[in-house]
Structure formats: C-alpha cells, structure tokens
Design a protein around this ligand. Structure first.
Ligand code: F6R
Length: 274
C-alpha cells in the first residue's frame, strides 16, 4: 500500500476529508495531488496555475515537490503561481517576507520562471495597495483562474489572511484581494518568527475570499491538536464569516481537507466513515 493512502475518508459539508496517520504522510499526499493537478492542467490546456500558501504546515509539501522536480517527475516550466499573502510593508529580501519563504522552500529549486511566480508586493506605496491587489486578481483571471489553491488554516479560522469578521456570508464570499489588519490571534501565532508579538508586522496583503473560492480545486492542510477545534468549526459548524474557513462549505465538491489524526480529533466519526 503506498504510504500516502489516508486512514479514513469522510464527506463533510460537501468536502472530502482525508485523515492520515501523521502530517508527513499527509504532506506527501498533498504534493502528489499538486503534481497530478499540474499534469492534468498541462494536458488539458498546456499550462497550470497554482495558488500557494506559506506557514509551517506546507513546508514538507514544498520539500516533496522539489524532490519530484529533481527526480525529473515534475516540471514548473509551464506553471504560474500566485501566493496567498504577504506582510505589509516588507522588503522581498527580508527573511520574514513570504517572498523569501517561497524562494527558500520552492522557487530557487525548480524551473519556475521568475515572472510566473507571483507574490503580493509588500513594497508597493500604500496609496497604490488597493490597485496592486485588484491587479493581482486580474492577473489570476487573465491566467485562466487557479487550477488548485493550497490552503492552511489559522487557529481563528482564517484562510490566507482573510480574518474573522461580522460580514454577511454573501459579502464575505465576495471579498477581493486587499490590504488587511491582522487579527490578534494571528499576531500571537506569528510572535515567535518575529521575536515578540509587538514586533509582528500588523498588516498584510491577502488574496481575497472570492479568488480562493473561484479556484477549480482547493486543498486544505491542517495538522496537530492546536487546529482540531477550528477544523471542527469549519467543517461541522454553521457557514459564517466569523470562521472564514467555513465559507469553503459554500463550494461543495471542490474542497479536499488533508488532516492528521490530531487535527481531525474533534470531528465526530459517524456513518459516512469508511
Ligand atoms: C499562509 C496563510 C495562512 C496560514 C495559516 C496557518 O500563506 O495564508 O493562512 O496558512 O496561518 O499557518 P501555519 O501553517 O503556520 O499553522
């Protein structure tokens, strides 16, 4: 049996939920799905468009994609990528920037053209941030939309840096790419990287909910006990902008959650378990 077969597969709120023995196995599976999506899009239309995430969760996914590339099993030559977010303001060469993260974990290791690797620009003058964000959405559309969006989830339910809000579900689903303040929980969780909560850059440019939901397929990764509560809220709770990941329930059939046992712990296994 290949190592990346899930231990359990459920259907919850229109999403496929695949529970793996551990996070490394789930990451191998995620990289396999991404490689398959690239190959399918290349076969169908000669190019592929990926939405990418940063953070601790997907690091092993990028390591596996790089390994596949080195083995000659995956080329990024006809791939475009769009990252979910970037701190604002920040220099691209700042080691804390998501541009640096992508460089270290993926971009420098593969044959992705520099002008096809799109990360929101943390140096754009603030007066032009809205126009830059709108342009990012237009680039995605002009590229034919995202074939696959990779997501992590914040402890507060954020996807990208679309933070909890009191918007109506309809309004939240329409949110475009934009400049946002970070939620206190997000800042707490970033404190270690920045060397203290007060040092966390308090704003970011984030891909909006609308372009995320418009992706043709969405892969969400969540690992460890700290994510268990919010995973259960996103999949079992009501659809609400208070838990942005619950908005994924509004695009049934497109979303696959890849979890480890710890993150799946609060999902009640019932009759649709196999
Ligand atoms: C990162 C992003 C965030 C993270 C989330 C989880 O590009 O958009 O939504 O996916 O904060 O972060 P980790 O993986 O560090 O727990």
């Amino acid at each position: 049996m290949p190592a990346e077969i899930p231990a359990r597969v459920l259907t919850l709120a229109g999403s496929s939920v695949q529970v793996f023995a551990d996070a490394p196995t789930a990451c191998l599976a995620a990289a396999g799905r991404i490689a398959e999506a690239v190959k399918a899009s290349l076969a169908a239309r000669g190019r592929a468009v990926l939405g990418l995430a940063t953070g601790a969760t997907p690091e092993p996914v990028y390591a596996r994609l790089v390994a596949l590339h080195r083995e000659g099993a995956l080329s990024f030559a006809r791939v475009s990528t769009y990252n979910l977010d970037e701190y604002y303001p920040i220099q691209p060469l700042d080691p804390l920037s998501y541009r640096s993260y992508m460089h270290w974990h993926l971009f420098q290791h593969v044959d992705l053209a520099p002008d096809h690797a799109h990360v929101l620009d943390g140096t754009v003058p603030e007066a032009f941030a809205a126009e830059h964000a709108a342009q990012f959405d237009r680039w995605i559309a002009a590229d034919g939309g995202l074939d696959l969006q990779l997501l992590g989830i914040g402890r507060n339910g954020h996807i990208g840096f679309n933070e909890p809000s009191d918007l109506s579900v309809d309004d939240a689903r329409k949110l475009p790419t934009r400049l946002v303040p970070l939620h206190p929980i997000t800042r707490t969780d970033a404190a270690r990287e920045f060397g203290g909560e007060d040092k966390v850059i308090p704003r970011a440019l984030t891909m909006g909910v609308a372009p995320i939901l418009a992706a043709r397929s969405i892969l969400v990764l969540a690992f460890g006990p700290r994510k268990a509560e919010v995973v259960a809220e996103a999949l079992r709770g009501p659809v609400t902008a208070e838990v942005p990941a619950s908005l994924l329930q509004t695009v049934p059939g497109k979303v696959t959650w890849l979890l480890d046992e710890a993150a799946a712990h609060q999902l009640v296994y019932d009759s649709n378990l196999r």
